[in-house]
Structures are given as structure tokens and as C-alpha cells.
Design a protein around this ligand. Structure first.
Ligand code: SF4
Ligand code: MG
Length: 336
């Protein structure tokens, strides 16, 4: 059974003197227990917004006008889209079932408390352990995320740790309640290459140990190749292509996915490396979204219907879906 099923979810932002902006449009996503789904796209494509909706951590001017966010609590599915951000049900899910890590650890760590006290507090609150028992768990967790001398380091303030260790402390805090789902928003983007590789290894290891699912947000396809089972590629609020990572990397169907892959040297076959090419043009503002396909203004294959009609989700192969008129056109030719 899926752990999280997002169906037809849209997210809009309102502002007093402008029209509403649709940041996420009719997105469908599924997360299986113990698996990693990578949400990929350039900055501003709606991937962070979509992920924050799952925790109901959206800005005040955001709404979820359509769709469901079904989360399996183990005692039946809850529609998170129906929950108020500050309701008891949502706060329980946020503390104990789903947690989140960020690019910048200081957005979840408090600068004025030791890391040990911060993690103890969560364990005491959610697991009902005594402070002494909680500290034992905290030390074990800090040890598990690879912080050397965990018992002593628990008494350190975040500023006393290196960037990599702070990142590990944030991960320990996110895992304090053994969540079923960890949302990771670009957790390695600010790190140097070596530390990035270590943190990805750690997350994979912890996923094996804890059995949690991960929703991993990144703009880096190299990271996707390292960590994800499934991928959803976003462009201007649309999921333009999704499916099994191996399948999508082997045979990307959407011109945007193809362009993204052509711009990453590590993913290129040796013979193709000479064709390494950045994507031409810039992402339009969501305020000036093209009427038809979101990618029209940059797509090298744009043709007849693209500017006027939004492409439907088209099944390419088992679980592999893309939104592009080229796919329906080919289909029609086959059928004719
Ligand atoms: Fe390009 Fe048209 Fe496909 Fe959009 S629908 S990606 S513009 S070919
Ligand atoms: Mg972001």
C-alpha cells in the first residue's frame, strides 16, 4: 500500500493586488514505504511548495484549491489537504509521522539550545520517555548519524559544530520520532562534494535502518541517480514526467527531461558528451504561464498544438507518465 498518495493537487498563492498564481498544477504523486521519490526541477518550479504542502507548512496566502494528500497513518488514510495547519491531527503527524530536513540546518536547529537538549525535548514530548532515557536515545541517534564522541557533542551548541556535523545533527533531530516519511529539501546542496556524498550515504543507510520513505527535493540529477527509486520532474508547477528512475533515465520522453539530462556531464554516455548543452532561454514567471504546454517557450520540438493546448498525462510504459503532445501524436499515428 502506498504511504502517501497525492491526487490532483493544485496550490495557489493570492496577493492583494494581483491575480492568483498557480504554483503547483494538478500534481499526482505516490510514495511507497521505504522508497525514495525525487522531486526534481529548477528553482521556482514548485517542488518545495508541493513538499511543504504535505506538512501543511505553506505561507499564509497559499491555498490548496483542489486535490487530496492521502497519508496512511497505519490506522487508515488521512487527507492532509483537509487538515488545518495548527490542528492537533496535523501537529501529531508533523511531529511523529513526517519530518523534514532542509538545506540550511539552522532553519530547524535552535541556536540557543544544545543539540542534545533539542533532540531530548522531542523524544520526551512524543515518546513519553524520562529525560534520562531520552538522553540515551539522543546519544544513540547522534552516534547513528555519524557524529563522533556523541555523548560529549550532545552538549554542543549548533554554532560549535562544522557544517557537515550540523547537517548530521539536523538529520538526527528529524529521525528522533522514527518518522514514516522524511522530506528532504535540497539537504546536500550547500555542502562540498565530499560531504555531500557522505550525507547521501548516511541517508541511504538510515533509510535501511529505519525503513522510512523519503521525498527528496533536488535540482541535481546526479543526486537523483544516487538516491532515488522514483522521479517526478517539475516545470513551472507541472509534473511533466514521472516514473521509475531507471526507466526515466534510460528513456526520457519529455523534452524538458531530455534537456535536463543533456546538461549533466555525469549522466552522459561518453560518446554523447560532446553534445552537452545547457537549456536555452529562461523559465517564464508563473504570472506569464504559457496557455498550452508550460515548456513551449523553450522547447526545441514545439509544434502545432503546443502553444494553445495543455498536454494531458500520457502513460508511456508501466508507471512512466509524461505530459507532452509528441506522445499523444505518436499514439494517434499508431492507432490510425
Ligand atoms: Fe515541447 Fe510541445 Fe511537448 Fe511541450 S507539448 S514539451 S512544447 S513538444
Ligand atoms: Mg526550493
Amino acid at each position: 500500500n502506498p504511504l502517501l498518495t497525492i491526487k490532483d493537487m493544485s496550490i495557489t498563492f493570492s496577493s492583494p493586488d494581483e491575480a492568483d498564481i498557480e504554483a503547483v498544477r494538478q500534481v499526482d504523486l505516490t510514495l511507497t514505504p521505504g522508497k525514495t521519490l525525487a522531486l526534481v526541477g529548477e528553482s521556482g518550479c514548485g517542488k518545495s511548495v508541493a513538499a511543504r504542502a504535505v506538512l501543511r507548512l505553506l505561507d499564509r496566502n497559499a491555498r490548496i484549491p483542489t486535490g487530496q494528500i492521502l497519508f496512511d497513518t497505519g490506522k487508515g488514510a488521512v487527507d492532509i489537504a483537509d487538515l488545518k495547519s495548527d490542528s492537533l491531527a496535523m501537529r501529531t503527524i508533523r511531529g511523529a509521522e513526517i519530518s523534514m530536513i532542509f538545506q540550511e540546518p539552522m532553519s530547524s536547529l535552535s541556536p540557543v539550545h544544545t543539540i542534545g537538549n533539542q533532540i531530548d525535548e522531542i523524544i520526551v514530548l512524543h515518546e513519553g520517555l524520562s529525560p534520562r532515557q531520552a538522553r540515551e536515545r539522543t546519544v544513540a541517534l547522534l552516534d547513528q548519524v555519524g557524529i563522533p564522541g556523541a555523548r560529549d557533542r550532545a552538549n554542543a551548541y549548533p554554532f560549535e559544530l562544522s557544517g557537515g556535523l550540523r547537517q548530521r545533527a539536523m538529520i538526527a533531530m528529524a529521525l528522533a520520532c522514527t518518522p514514516k516519511l522524511l522530506i528532504a529539501d535540497e539537504p546536500t546542496t550547500a555542502l562540498d562534494v565530499t560531504t555531500q556524498a557522505q550525507i547521501l550515504d548516511l541517508l541511504r543507510q538510515l533509510q535501511d535502518d529505519f525503513g522510512m520513505a523519503m521525498l527528496f527535493i533536488t535540482h541535481d540529477l546526479g543526486v537523483v541517480a544516487e538516491i532515488a527509486d522514483d522521479i517526478a520532474v517539475m516545470y513551472l508547477g507541472d509534473v511533466v514526467e514521472q516514473g521509475d528512475v531507471y526507466e526515466v533515465f534510460r528513456a526520457p520522453k519529455h523534452p524538458y527531461t531530455q534537456a535536463l539530462m543533456n546538461s549533466v556531464p555525469r549522466l552522459q554516455r561518453k560518446a554523447d558528451r560532446t553534445r552537452l548543452s545547457p537549456i536555452k532561454g529562461t523559465v517564464p514567471s508563473p504570472k506569464d504561464r504559457p496557455t498550452g504546454c508550460a515548456f513551449t517557450s523553450r522547447c526545441p520540438h514545439a509544434f502545432g498544438p503546443c502553444a494553445g493546448t495543455r498536454p494531458e498525462r500520457t502513460l508511456v510504459s508501466d508507471g512512466h507518465v509524461a505530459r507532452c503532445h509528441l506522445l499523444t501524436q505518436v499514439k494517434q499515428e499508431v492507432m490510425a
